[in-house]
Ligand binder design. Structure first.
Ligand code: ZN
Ligand code: ZN
Length: 130
């Protein structure tokens, strides 16, 4: 029996899920993620595209081309950003962990793009015991 993880945007118009184990879970502090989400960090869950599916609300998803390689998906009704895909990670879909319904057993494995860590946050780059 494979694990199934479900998620949604803030208004619930878009419902999605993925099955099985993610390829990675990581907190990204890159400038693009922070600006796109208006946040200090964005925790991403990366899966193969074949593990991911939109259950409902596909028509509410809009994609913003945030760089030559990458697109960021959001709900046109509530503005929640929760998807990422990029030719840098071909065949993968990345989801914002904050939009996956709790409880779940997913946990960040570390911080990505540490070189762009903002000087002003109280968050820490130190690895926590798991
Ligand atoms: Zn929404
Ligand atoms: Zn990022």
């Amino acid at each position: 029996m494979k694990n199934v993880y479900r998620g949604s945007c803030m208004c619930q118009a878009v419902q999605f899920e993925f099955t099985g184990a993610p390829r990675f879970v990581a907190d990204c502090v890159c400038e693009s993620c922070r600006r796109a989400h208006g946040a200090s960090a964005v925790c991403w869950v990366g899966v193969k595209a074949s593990q991911f599916q939109v259950i409902s609300g596909e028509e509410s998803i809009r994609w913003y081309q945030s760089s030559d390689a990458s697109e960021r998906g959001f709900c046109q009704q509530c503005g929640t950003r929760f998807l990422f895909r990029s030719s840098k990670w071909p065949g993968e879909v990345h989801m914002a962990l904050s939009c996956i319904s709790s409880p779940h057993d997913l946990k960040s494995g570390g911080v990505a793009f540490k070189q762009e860590f903002p000087a002003w946050t109280a968050l820490s780059m130190e690895e926590k015991p798991r």
